[in-house]
Design a protein around this ligand. Sequence first.
Ligand SMILES: Cc1cc2nc3c(=O)[nH]c(=O)nc-3n(C[C@H](O)[C@H](O)[C@H](O)COP(=O)(O)OP(=O)(O)OC[C@H]3O[C@@H](n4cnc5c(N)ncnc54)[C@H](O)[C@@H]3O)c2cc1C
Ligand code: FES
Length: 254
Amino acid sequence: MKYCKDFTVVSNEIITPSLFILRLQYPEALPEIKAGQFVEILVEGERDKDVFLRRPISFHDVNYETNQIALLVQVVGKGTASLSKAKKGDKLNLIFPLGNGFTIMGKKVLLVGGGCGAAPLLYLLRILKQQNIETHTLIGCKDVNHLFSKSEYQSLSSLYITTEDGSYGEKGFVTSHPILQQTYDAIYCCGPTPMLKAISKHAKEKNIPCFVSLEHSMACGIGVCLCCVVDTQQGNKRTCVTGPIFLSTDLKDF
Ligand SMILES: Cc1cc2nc3c(=O)[nH]c(=O)nc-3n(C[C@H](O)[C@H](O)[C@H](O)COP(=O)(O)OP(=O)(O)OC[C@H]3O[C@@H](n4cnc5c(N)ncnc54)[C@H](O)[C@@H]3O)c2cc1C
Ligand code: FES
């Protein structure tokens, strides 16, 4: 079941000038939301008259006790710049929950996230913790200023961090972190496509199932416009309905 409802902005936390976390209040009990699913958010009215299509954003966090969700957003263009101006009390219209979710499996798993693409991993960690699955989380970012939700990650998982400039954790990229040499039952990966491909290749070599979250450009988000088609071993699939989470070995070019 999909919903189209107004949420109320509870807070807009600025992480960097181009990265922010919106906390949104749902007026009733939240329906079940799977980690890895996303919303299509309307950017309209006084906020911006030029942004016509809804923008897809992943669930960063979900709290069923308060009926609040969190969205971590990076400003890349008009829509996200407009959303960055949302303030407490504003209403935002969301279609949700969209897409599939991560397949939960195994006893010990690795989560790998790069930049703001790591957004879906926090809620995934909550689900894995509820199921008593041991987790290691490896987050890569540009520098310490781009690190977000660190204390939440640490409260849920063993956390490993890389920064490109060495300002926090190991210097370099997630792909060269020694934690990757450990054995896992599954790897969950979100972030830029080159990182997804590198981690998928590593997982394939070690024979570990690897689930990746694709951030293809989308329009409708509900399977109608066909603008998000991806080439898979089973033929063309729409990322918004069959994905955004795919088993990496199901994807061509991965
Ligand atoms: C399933 C899904 C989940 C997503 N989750 C998040 C999230 O949690 N947080 C977040 O910040 N962003 C997320 N994104 C990306 C986000 O939807 C885009 O950054 C946003 O739609 C850009 O809108 P805009 O109007 O600001 O930029 P636009 O003006 O539309 O585009 C600005 C530039 O960004 C490029 N761009 C637009 N969309 C994408 C995209 N999907 N991937 C790569 N480049 C793109 C455009 O080609 C253009 O160069 C997600 C995308 C998908 C498909
Ligand atoms: S975004 Fe329209 S079919 Fe996927």
